[in-house]
Design a protein around this ligand. Structure first.
Ligand SMILES: C[S@@+](CC[C@H](N)C(=O)[O-])C[C@H]1O[C@@H](n2cnc3c(N)ncnc32)[C@H](O)[C@@H]1O
Length: 349
């Protein structure tokens, strides 16, 4: 969301803030200035844990999934078209007919395409173009108008379930496949998958009988919901957390990761670097970190800062697999639970 577009839309009456009732804001990014809206009536839905935490810390009512009925809605358009459509359908489904729905998005996230699609279904009001994006609004129609936009799970060939917008929703990532194939059979003890996504890697590693427990640590609530369905092994636990801040109750014997490497559209190796430092902090002194990275991403220096032993153990032209051990973290924070949600319940089937 760009703050300037929202303020302009409210000032110009393009988005008419209702006199009473709640305003749903779907998936704003941390740092978005929502001060054009009455804070006590704003209900944020944000399933990405770092953004969720930022809004909660700023005193907003925030939940990972849409919960109840509202009186107006603002959708911040995500990058994935199918996910954007699903958010619009969810917004409309939470409103009475006629309530205002605003869509805010950057050109690079496809706001022009979604505007064209919406014009085929509803009457869109004035469009404000500003700061490389657009904001506009329409009156919520019957839910059925967007029934075909509602989020539909994809069922992969092996029966795994994914949802639009999560990483590798169309099938296992080749980097994760390579990491899974490179892991030793003897992995054992207490482990974690940092950025576990819909559970591909975790499920592949849980074939090892020596593993006592595997924590699937994932920031994206939707992805973790899929993992709960896809990983039925009772040794799996599901942790909705920012892996870069999470403090496990006990240090891990091994950690796996195919770390995230994008912020929006741009490659951002600092995310992977933060995962490497987090892994070093969370491992026992004899613990091992296994990681896959796109070959062009420069993680070697960070790995060598964080671990005394680092080896590239496998690779292809596209990916490299590292094994790192003997974490070189000088002062480690005492282990203890973070504010993250740890869920040991099995998924509803
Ligand atoms: C490259 S994907 C790997 C997913 C999965 N391990 C797989 O192999 O398919 C990286 C994952 O990290 C998650 N992620 C991004 N930032 C995160 C964070 N700060 N903490 C935990 N997970 C995060 C993303 O949602 C995504 O699912």
């Amino acid at each position: 969301m760009t703050d300037i577009r929202l303020s302009l839309a409210v000032e110009a009456g393009v988005f008419a803030v209702p006199e009473t009732g709640t305003i749903l804001v779907l998936r704003p990014h941390a740092g978005a200035d929502l001060s054009a809206l009455p804070k006590e009536r704003v209900r944020i839905v944000q399933g990405f844990r770092p953004d969720y935490d930022a809004f909660a810390a700023a005193g907003y009512a925030v939940s990972p999934e849409p919960e109840s009925r509202h009186d107006a809605a603002i959708v911040v358009l995500p990058r994935a078209r199918v996910e954007g459509r699903a958010l619009i359908a969810a917004a409309v489904a939470s409103l009475p007919v006629g309530a205002p729905v605003a869509i805010d998005g950057a050109r690079t996230d496809g706001i022009e395409g979604i505007l064209r699609e919406l014009r085929g279904r509803v009457t869109v009001g004035e469009v404000i173009s500003k700061a490389h994006g657009k904001i506009f609004a329409f009156a919520a129609p019957e839910t059925s108008v967007f029934a075909d936009w509602q989020a539909q799970p994809t069922v992969l060939a092996d029966g795994s379930v994914t949802l639009p917008g999560i990483f590798s929703a169309d099938g296992p990532d080749p980097g994760s496949e390579l990491l899974a194939a490179s892991l030793p059979e003897k992995l054992s003890g207490f482990g974690a998958d940092l950025g576990a996504g819909w559970g591909y890697l975790a499920r592949a590693v849980l074939t090892r009988p020596g593993i006592r427990q595997l924590d699937l640590i994932e920031a994206e609530h939707m992805a973790l919901d899929c993992a709960r369905r896809n990983v039925s092994d009772p040794r799996a636990t599901f942790v909705w957390a920012d892996a870069t801040r999470y403090q496990p109750a006990q240090r891990y014997d091994f950690i796996l990761s195919n770390p995230p490497f994008h912020t929006g559209r741009a490659a951002d190796p600092s995310l992977g670097a933060a995962f490497i430092r987090a892994a070093a902090r969370m491992l026992t002194p004899s613990g091992t970190f296994w990681m896959v990275a796109n070959r062009h991403l420069p993680y070697e220096a960070t790995l060598r800062d964080a671990f005394r032993e680092v080896e590239e153990v496998a690779g292809t032209g596209a990916f490299k697999i590292f094994r790192a051990s003997r974490a070189a973290v000088a002062t480690r924070p005492a282990p203890g639970r973070s504010a993250s949600a740890v869920d040991r319940r099995r998924p509803a089937r």
